[in-house]
Structure formats: structure tokens, C-alpha cells
Ligand binder design. Structure first.
Ligand code: DSN
Length: 443
């Protein structure tokens, strides 16, 4: 039988190179995780060969007895883990899942309200001009205060004035707990629906380490590949409250996903989702979820002790955003330098950033993967010390005021950083640490 190596050595070698990269770096992008072998096995299974348009028992193709069971298991596990009465596991990923919720519950031109992207929201939460959510709907966005926190009194004023039909509560770069109950009260004051986009914290919620929105919101959307540690995919949950408000809400969501927006579900992904849900419903996963947060908090304290500034002054979750304005260096330079040191992050805007989004003033860090590898507080202190050393090393790289110069500046900086001996030395120490916490080989 021909395997990948025999069929396509070029792609095989690239897969091996990526495996090697994932082994030897500290992956700290908070929206990523390393899924288990069991999840990857299900994802690479023959289920990918099947077409199953429709829902279990109501397919447009024959031969779906197995696919039906897989989907029913995934649905049952989601219902149990999150405590909801209606679930759709077919969305291809988070963005189409949010599109499906809007398509199901809104008409074009209806008013939606989400957190600004630059404050830690998401493109699909009504980002203006370039996204479907900002163009097909009348989008009004809320912001964080000068201190980086969402100010619920300000939100309440905006909601009272704007009367949105749907409020999206969810974040991608906001480190704090969201007060679901308060959001509900504010939404109820104008009769708005609430969609909780908990993509980032789904695993923390499943593990009981972060408050669940389920009792307070109408619909929940989550992606399965972040803290939940599954394959790339998404799930839409309709709560008891949502069904009470509109008994057809579940049907509307299902119809919006298929045939409204998507074709055949990815049955292999559904199977892998079912596996990650089984893994998440264990005592070990609860411990994992708690440790992610402890690790992020320890990392945050270490960075602050080393003189770095964190938006909101810390974290209650899996992520941190370092505000680099005091160091007068942009996130791009720091992210590039960190990668030379084998620490992989992403540059990010900070609240009320005066730099442009392509050259923002922050970096975003997360602990889900380091925690998957088994690292704890001791390692977080070491990682924090390395990150602080890297920032110190690049403090002098100031962003040119002349816009035309900026791309040239980054090319020059990349070349210099790649040769920086201090960064290379940290990178070697990182590899030694990574080897002590192997992951792809053991789980
Ligand atoms: N791209 C994801 C993140 O990094 O937060 C959100 O979709």
C-alpha cells in the first residue's frame, strides 16, 4: 500500500519538518493547541470519504449509518459536557458558525453589537467595511476602557442608546472573565439576543475553570481546536433560555448551517470532535484546564516582575497581552525576536493602540500548549524570564515614522535578529526544555 512517504516525498518531508518545529518550539499562540493522537487518528480516518448532507436520519445520500452514529455521539457528548438542549456540530469553523447564527436569527440590516477587533474582539463580531458581519448587518461596536477592561456601565449606556437585536459577547485577546449575568441583564433591558462566542475559552469552561455562559445567553458558539484541544471545527449550542424565547431556534440554526451556508459536513472532523469531547469529560482535563490558568497567571507575574506591562494588569484565563509601549518597540519586532529564540507568539493590538494594526504595540501569549506538554509554574517562570530578556534585547528597534520605510525596516530587522547571538542562545536553551516535555511522541 502506498503511504504518504512513497506517494509524495515533498509533502511528507514538509509534514516531518512541521512535526520537528512543533517539538522544538514553545508554541504560545493562545488559539492553538496540540491535539492528541486519538483526535488526529479520527481526523485522518476514512470518514473523510463520505458525503452526508443533511442531519442524522435525514441525509441526502445513502450509506450514512456510521456517519449518523458519529454525529449523534458528538451531539450527545456536547449536550452533556455543556448542559444544553440543542447542538449543531457541523460548522466548518468559527467564522462560518457565527455567520450561521446571524443567518438564522437576523435579517440583513439588523443591528448587531460586538467588541472592537482592536480591543480583543473578532472579525465576525461586526468588524466594519471588510467583513460580511460589518457589511450585511448594522454593526455598532463596544470598546474597552483606558485601563483595558470592559466597562459594563459604558456598555449598558451604549446598548440603551443603540438597541441592538443581537449582542455578541466573546473575545480573542481579552484576558479577563466575562460577567455573563450582567450581559444578560443589559441585553434584557432592550430585548436583545445574546450570542456567547467562547471559542477561546471553551476548554476552560468544559474543565470547569472559567464561568459558563450557558444559563445566561441564548446561543453559544465555540471552536473545537483551541483550549478544547480537538480538530479545527466549531459547534453551535442553543440554550434552554434560547429555546424558551424561540422554540424554533434550534431548527433555525440547523437550517442556517445546512442548507443555508454549508454543503456536506466533514464527518472525519465530527468524529475527531467526538473524541476531543470524550477527552474533555475527564478529571484529567479538569486539572489541565485549571493548570492552563495557573500557568498563565504565573507567567504574567514573572513578566510583570521583570518590568513588562500587561493589558488589564494580568489574566483570569489562558492568555496575556503584553503592552510594549513602555519599551517603545512594536509587537512585530518582539514576535520575530521571540521566534528566533524558539518562542512562537503573535503580534497584537493593545487597547487604544496608536500604532496601525499591521505594526501594533503588543504581543499575545497563551499557555494551552505548554500546559498540554506538562509544563507547570517552574517552567513558566523560566519562560517568562526568557521572554523578558528577548524584549530587552530588541528595545532599541523603533518603528520608522515614515510609512513607506516600515516594510523595509522589518526586512532589515528580521535579518539582524536571525543573527543575534543572544536570541540564538536562548533558542538553544528552549530546545533543551522542549526535549524534557515531549508531546507528539507520548500522547
Ligand atoms: N484566529 C483566532 C485567534 O487567533 O484568536 C480567532 O479566530
Amino acid at each position: 500500500m502506498n503511504n504518504l512517504k512513497k506517494t509524495d516525498l515533498q509533502i511528507y518531508n514538509l509534514v516531518k519538518a512541521e512535526e520537528e518545529r512543533q517539538r522544538n518550539v514553545l508554541e504560545m499562540i493562545p488559539s492553538e493547541n496540540y491535539a492528541s493522537l486519538a483526535v488526529r487518528e479520527a481526523l485522518g480516518s476514512v470518514l473523510m470519504n463520505k458525503y452526508s448532507e443533511g442531519y442524522a436520519g435525514r441525509r441526502y445520500y445513502q450509506g450514512n449509518k456510521v456517519a449518523d452514529q458519529v454525529e449523534e455521539i458528538a451531539i450527545a457528548r456536547t449536550k452533556k459536557l455543556f448542559g444544553v438542549p440543542h447542538v449543531n456540530v457541523q460548522p466548518y469553523s468559527g467564522s462560518p458558525a457565527n455567520a450561521a447564527v446571524y443567518f438564522a436569527l437576523l435579517n440583513p440590516g439588523d443591528k448587531i453589537m460586538g467588541l472592537k477587533l482592536s480591543a480583543g474582539g473578532h472579525l465576525t463580531h461586526g468588524h466594519p467595511k471588510v467583513t460580511f458581519s460589518g457589511r450585511f448587518y448594522n454593526s455598532v461596536q463596544y470598546d474597552v476602557g483606558a485601563d483595558g477592561w470592559i466597562n459594563m456601565e459604558e456598555v449598558a449606556k451604549l446598548v440603551t442608546r443603540e438597541k441592538p437585536k443581537l449582542i455578541v459577547v466573546g473575545t480573542t485577546a481579552y484576558p479577563r472573565i466575562l460577567d455573563w449575568k450582567k450581559w444578560r441583564t443589559i441585553a434584557d433591558s432592550v430585548g436583545a439576543l445574546v450570542l456567547a462566542d467562547v471559542s477561546h475559552v471553551a476548554g476552560l469552561i468544559a474543565g470547569g475553570a472559567y464561568p459558563t455562559p450557558v444559563p445566561y445567553v441564548d446561543v453559544v458558539m465555540l471552536t473545537t481546536h483551541k483550549t478544547l484541544r480537538g480538530p479545527r471545527g466549531a459547534i453551535i449550542l442553543v440554550t434552554e433560555r434560547g429555546l424558551k424565547k424561540d422554540p424554533d431556534m434550534g431548527k433555525k440554526i440547523d437550517r442556517a448551517v445546512f442548507p443555508g451556508l454549508q454543503g456536506g459536513p466533514h464527518d472525519n472532523t465530527t468524529a475527531a470532535i467526538a473524541v476531543c469531547l470524550k477527552e474533555a469529560d475527564t478529571a484529567g482535563f479538569k486539572k489541565y484546564a485549571r493548570q492552563i490558568i495557573t500557568n498563565a497567571q504565573t507567567l504574567g507575574e514573572t513578566l510583570q516582575e521583570a518590568g513588562l506591562t500587561l493589558t488589564t494588569g494580568g489574566t483570569d484565563s489562558h492568555l496575556l497581552v503584553v503592552d510594549l509601549r513602555p519599551q517603545e518597540v512594536i509587537g512585530n519586532v518582539v514576535a520575530e525576536a521571540l521566534e528566533v529564540a524558539h518562542i512562537v507568539t503573535n503580534y497584537n493590538t493593545v487597547p487604544h493602540d496608536t500604532n496601525p494594526p499591521m505594526f501594533p504595540s503588543g504581543v499575545r501569549l497563551g499557555t494551552p500548549i505548554l500546559t498540554t506538554r506538562g509544563m507547570k509554574e517552574k517552567e513558566m517562570k523560566q519562560v517568562g524570564a526568557w521572554i523578558a530578556e528577548v524584549v530587552k534585547e530588541v528595545k532599541h528597534y523603533l518603528l520608522p515614522a515614515d510609512k513607506a520605510e516600515r516594510t523595509r525596516f522589518m526586512t532589515k530587522v528580521k535579518g539582524e535578529l536571525a543573527r543575534n547571538q543572544k536570541l540564538i542562545k536562548i533558542g538553544k536553551a528552549v530546545i533543551v526544555l522542549c526535549k524534557k516535555f515531549p508531546v507528539l511522541e507520548i500522547y
